[in-house]
Design a protein around this ligand. Structure first.
Ligand code: FE
Ligand code: CA
Length: 510
């Protein structure tokens, strides 16, 4: 028995002993797999499998307060004929009957299929069949890695057509950089009705995930690929910074609210037990390797950041933002990132994070206006990162971001104002899945930004995602956009393609 298995068994024995009776032969009269299945955190020998028992998803899940055993199996084939791993995991009320199975011992770099079941005989229920994959082993030089970069899926703003189209892509995984839910109160005046009260308690956050996860296109995108996820602000509270919530929320009790939000996030995402929150603290930053080709350095730009300077929002003048004590990642995470980059064996180092890293002047009158929630509110911390990239020269750093509800491409420079300064990295920002509804190819209020920010290479404000293909020679980013999300079933198209050649930071229009 390996150590991990021992620890997880020990945990469940303790949990089962002092908490809930075990329903050894569960008889559920309704399908409990209403929220679908998911997988994530691919390693070279396994991944995490996720599901949650919720026969009545909008009424607290509808499960009795009992421990319920769930069977899982992993196979080499779509019909689950050649099973290579199987087991039983207990769903407990303390985790809303959500389970995370960490499967190991599999073969690197191949697809697998999986399924959950609960009960037996006439009262047996089976989940949808999911597909997932392992990563190549650490020393391997893989031919390519393909993935979709996504963020920001406000339910009421539109249909999840982007996930419908993403599920048909030939990609290895999905990278989601946050705003998986939006925590606000009811909206009946938008594209889809969102009737729920604002999220403040664990029950309310859980309900919001259940509400979102009933969506068939979101479920299919989860069932087709492993996901690699990090939260942004709306999983907790709009623009929160460390222990400080948005403008409208009470400061008192915010850490309890953050604990509830992180708990619900963990419960509903295919994360490893190492990400299980302890009170208001959750380990979100981590590195995931894909052979020697690429490493994802997944960052957390919310939990440890200083408060936004000058009262947040867009500011024309804000000397406070230059305070050298201000931090975006926190000292420990920043050091972890620099160490990871310094020792990275990967040919491509993908800094996967939330808010725009590039300087982005929004001013219309020849001055300077910056958005305080982005790295523009943390310019000294950003300079440390860019100087590190320029001096230590880790291989091919590429920053992947979300949050902004626009597609952008930026050349990242130590000196943004200097057109002759060479790029030290390239940033790709993915638009939203639905947030801000249909959008436009060119927003009139942002068009001037391309002229006054010469390192900004591309802007498009339709909904969709970025499809990335990484090979030894180059990284290619295809901006996949939808003409509308206010009606279902829109077709998808590639609006633009950008390329980064290995060894040459900066984007080239394809
Ligand atoms: Fe968002
Ligand atoms: Ca956000």
């Amino acid at each position: 028995m390996n150590r991990r298995r021992f620890l997880s068994r020990a945990y469940w024995l303790v949990a089962a002993a002092h908490a809930w009776p075990v329903w050894a032969a569960p008889r559920l009269d309704r399908d409990p797999f209403t929220l679908g299945v998911a997988s994530g955190e691919p390693s070279s020998d396994g991944f995490v499998l996720w599901t949650r028992l919720a026969p009545d998803p909008l009424a607290g899940g509808g499960m009795p307060p009992m421990t319920v055993p769930i069977e899982w199996r992993v196979a080499n084939d779509e019909r689950l004929a050649r099973v290579v791993a199987r087991g039983t995991v207990n769903a407990v009320p303390a985790h809303a009957h959500a389970v995370h199975v960490e499967v190991s011992g599999l073969v690197p770099d191949r697809w697998y299929w999986y399924q959950f079941s609960v009960g037996s005989g006439a009262s047996r229920h089976v989940s949808a069949v999911g597909r997932t994959r392992t990563a190549p082993s650490a020393g391997t030089v893989t031919r390519q890695l393909c993935f979709a970069l996504a963020s920001c899926q406000k339910w009421e703003d539109g249909f999840f057509t982007a996930f419908q189209r993403m599920a048909d892509e030939d990609i290895d995984c999905v990278v989601h950089v946050g705003d998986y839910i939006y925590e606000g109160g009811p909206r009946r005046d938008k594209v889809r009705e969102q009737p729920l009260e604002p999220c403040m308690t664990l029950e309310q956050y859980r309900l919001r995930y259940a509400f979102y996860k009933r969506d068939e296109h979101l479920q299919r995108a989860h069932a087709m690929f492993p996901w690699i996820v990090t939260p942004d602000d709306h999983e907790v509270s709009d623009n929160y910074a460390g222990g400080i919530p948005d403008w409208d929320s009470p400061l008192e009790g915010f850490l309890d609210r953050r604990a509830a939000a992180y708990q619900a996030y963990y419960e509903h995402m295919p994360l490893r037990a190492s990400a299980r929150p302890a009170g208001p603290d959750m380990r979100i930053c981590r590195a995931l390797g894909f052979g020697r080709l690429a490493t994802f350095h997944l960052l957390d730009t919310r939990q440890f950041r200083s408060d936004q300077p000058c009262g947040d929002r867009e500011k024309h003048s804000c000397p406070e933002r230059m305070d050298p004590a201000r931090t975006m990642l926190g000292a420990a995470q920043e050091q972890w990132l620099f160490d990871g980059l310094r020792h990275s064996p990967a040919q491509w180092n993908l800094l996967t994070q939330q808010v725009i890293a590039a300087q982005l002047n929004l001013d219309r009158e020849g001055g300077e206006t910056f958005a305080m929630d982005k790295w523009d509110g943390y310019p000294v911390a950003r300079q440390r990162l860019l100087d590190f990239l320029g001096d230590a020269r880790p291989a091919n750093p590429v920053v992947l971001s979300g949050d902004n509800h626009n597609n952008w491409v930026f050349d990242l420079k130590r000196s943004f104002g200097n057109e002759r300064d060479p790029a030290v990295a390239t940033e790709f920002v993915s638009t939203s899945i639905t947030s801000n509804s249909d959008g436009a190819d060119m927003r009139e209020d942002l068009a001037h930004c391309l002229g006054i920010n010469p390192h900004a290479r591309y802007l498009n404000s339709r909904r969709g995602y970025v499809r990335l293909r990484v090979t030894r020679e180059r990284l290619q980013a295809d901006f996949r956009v939808l003409p509308y999300v206010t009606r279902p079933d829109a077709p998808i198209r590639t609006d633009a393609t950008f390329i980064v050649e290995s060894g040459r930071p900066g984007a080239i229009r394809g």
